[in-house]
Structure formats: C-alpha cells, structure tokens
Design a binder for this molecule. Structure first.
Ligand SMILES: NC(=O)c1ccc[n+]([C@@H]2O[C@H](COP(=O)([O-])OP(=O)(O)OC[C@H]3O[C@@H](n4cnc5c(N)ncnc54)[C@H](O)[C@@H]3O)[C@@H](O)[C@H]2O)c1
Ligand SMILES: [Zn+2]
Ligand SMILES: [Zn+2]
Length: 346
C-alpha cells in the first residue's frame, strides 16, 4: 500500500509498505477513505516530537471502512464505516476509567507518533472497540474527519476547560484550525462576546465568518490595549491559548479578568513565564491538557443535526497520491489560505 513516511527532520516521502495485519485480538485494520494533515504532523517534521521514530507512517485523523478485526473485537465487523480517534484508549486502565484517554497507560496518542498512522491506504487501530466510532447512515463523511482531533481539541481543551458560559466574554488567541474549532464549539454556550486574535488577516476574516464578534490583529503589539478597550477595562472571562508560544501565553495572562480562566491548548516547545507577581490575587484558573476525544460522540450528534458546520474548515482537497503537494499547501497557509486539507484515499 501507499503511505506517507516520516524519514527524519524535514524529510518525508511516499513509500510502498505492506498492508498492516492484526497483531492483538483487540486490533482492527481499517481501510482509509479520507484523512488529513495536522499542525502536529508539521511539528514532527520540524523535529519537535522526539518520540516519533523515523520510518513511522504519519497521520492521526481519518475515517474509513473496517477491513478485518481481531478475535476480541465485538463492537465492529468488516464493512462497518468508522471514525478514527487520534487517541487510542484501552477503556480499562485508571486513566481511561476517568475519561482521560490521552493518558491511557498502553494507549494515548499512538497513531502517526509511536505506531504507523492514517496517511496510508490502511491503518492498524489498537483497542478498536474503544478507539473507533460508528458513522451514522447518510453522514457527511468529510465533516467527520474534523472530529478525529480538531473539533474535540478546541472543544475539550479550549471551551470546556475554559468554562465558556452564556453571556461571558471569550478571547481565542490563534485562529488556526484549533482556534477556529474552539470558536465554532464555544457558540454552543452562547457567550456574549468572542474576540479572535491572530497575526494573519485572512484567518481573522474566516473567524468573522465563523461567528467571531470582534477580531484583533496582534501584529502591532497592541492586542492587550485593544482587548481591554473592548471589555471596558475588565478583560475576558475565558482566554484560550491556541498558538503555543510564550508571547501568546503572556497575552492570555494580560487579558484574563479577575475570576477568569486561561485555557492552554497550544503545544509549547520552550519555557514560558507565569506572572504570579501580578496574578496571585486575581482568582484565576489556568488549565492544560492533551485532547482526550471523550466528546466525539456528542460532537458527532451536533454535526449530524447541523448545529455546527465542521466541513467549512476544509479549504483544499487532494488524492493520496498528491499528499506531498497537500503538505506544501498546508505548510504554506499564509499564502495558500489553507485551513484543513482533505486527502481522499479511496
Ligand atoms: N493540546 C492538544 O491536545 C493539542 C491538540 C492539537 C493541536 N494542539 C496545538 O494547538 C496549537 C494550534 O494548532 P493549529 O493546528 O491551529 O496551528 P496553526 O499553526 O495552524 O495555527 C496557529 C495560528 O496562530 C497564529 N499565530 C502565530 N503567532 C501568533 C502571535 N504571535 N499572535 C497571535 N497569533 C499568532 C498563526 O497565524 C496561526 O493562524 C498548536 O500549538 C498545536 O500543536 C494542541
Ligand atoms: Zn492533530
Ligand atoms: Zn487505558
């Protein structure tokens, strides 16, 4: 089968690989129909994720059709259409029993990281019963690709951790796919104000279309003043960090109102300052986390009922044979205006 291989820092290639086989009774092999590329795949290629070995097939998002199952799999059978979670969970360990699937002692983020992933014709899914989700009849399968990672991440790590409430004020720093997913799902809770921040005017325009009440381009270094003016000097109840650099975490600390929450979503590669000398008396909460994807079944219903339009995140479409071009398009988002690139496998 064809697959996209991480070969080392800044090196990737399409290679012919053997079709994966069932290794444990709890495995399934899924034939991919659609997959996509994540910002995290670019982090791997930059060398930011040392735990990903060269030779690994990349990708942790996608949908497909079950090809074969191990003897212990009871929920799925060959021919079933399934949504793949980016997080594999055994469903039994202490963390899985708490819904913290990303910390599963034998699972977690495995696909396209510690084991071969979804940017291929077939993928082996460990703990298939608890890591795959059935796709309802007649579902918009393109939209569902956004449920493997992007939508649950924005929702769980941004909106839920950030305690977005009716009538509250929210600022989302970073309007990439994750920040936009937080924007879409924050609207379930009816906040009065959602301020989107980015340095890319195109992404801020998209944010306006997706429901932002205001946008702030922070490139001039005056975002704090702008957001304080918008909130009459108070700051926001929820500040969601969706970039992953010190400057944007600093901005969140500067704009969070007393009693508010800073919900960190961004993956940070370097040390970041925490200004307790200013914040110690402000009753704020800071949350962190890797997505667990416990919200996939709920989000699937909201996509099905058209409460949220997840497909609007897709800006480009490619075939698996064009995946190198898809990577170029995705990696040059400032020029190509790419958000999510959909890769049709079959
Ligand atoms: N916690 C989790 O489970 C989890 C899961 C997936 C992704 N992530 C992380 O979430 C972050 C966002 O992901 P993404 O795919 O949307 O990334 P992305 O790179 O597409 O988007 C980041 C956005 O931040 C903007 N930006 C850059 N510098 C900025 C600055 N100084 N001020 C304001 N905006 C700035 C960029 O223009 C871009 O639009 C990444 O760090 C990613 O690794 C976390
Ligand atoms: Zn991802
Ligand atoms: Zn577990």
């Amino acid at each position: 089968m064809q697959a996209l291989i991480y070969q080392g820092i800044n090196q990737k290639a399409v290679e012919e690989r053997p079709k994966p086989v069932i290794q444990l009774p709890t495995d399934a092999v899924v034939r991919l129909t659609k997959t996509t590329i994540c910002g995290t795949d670019l982090h791997i290629l930059k060398g930011d994720v040392a735990t990903c070995e060269p030779g690994t097939i990349l990708g942790h998002e996608g949908i497909g059709v079950v090809d074969s199952v191990g003897a212990g799999v009871t929920t799925f059978k060959p021919g079933d259409r399934v949504l793949i979670s980016c997080i594999s969970s055994c469903g039994r360990c202490e963390y899985c029993r708490k819904g913290m699937y990303s910390h599963c002692t034998t699972g977690g983020w495995l696909l396209g990281h510690r084991i071969d992933g979804t940017q291929a014709e077939f993928v082996r899914i460990p703990y298939a019963d608890t890591s795959l989700y059935p796709i309802p009849q007649g579902a918009d399968e393109e939209a569902l690709v956004m449920l493997s990672d992007i939508l649950p991440t924005g929702f769980e790590c941004g909106v839920l951790n950030g305690k977005v409430k009716v009538g509250s004020s929210v600022a989302i720093v970073g309007s990439g796919p994750i920040g936009l997913a937080a924007l879409l799902t924050a609207q379930f809770y009816g906040p009065a104000e959602i301020i989107m921040v980015d340095v890319d005017d195109n992404r801020l325009e998209v944010a306006k279309r997706f429901g932002a009440t205001t946008t702030v381009n922070s490139a001039d270094g005056k975002a704090v003043e702008a957001i304080m003016a918008l909130t009459i000097g108070r700051g926001v109840d929820t500040a969601i960090e969706a970039v992953g650099i010190p400057a944007t975490f600093a901005l969140c600390q500067d704009i969070v109102a007393p009693g508010g929450t800073v919900a960190n979503v961004g993956v940070h590669g370097v040390k970041v300052d925490l200004h307790l000398e200013r914040l110690w008396a402000h009753n704020i909460t800071i949350t962190t986390g890797l997505v667990d994807t416990f919200s996939i079944p709920m989000l699937l219903k909201t996509v099905q009922s058209k409460r949220v339009d997840a497909a609007q995140l897709i800006t480009h479409r490619f075939k698996l044979g064009e995946i190198m071009q898809a990577y170029n398009t995705f990696a040059n988002a400032a020029d190509t205006k790419a958000l999510k690139v959909l890769i049709e496998v079959a």
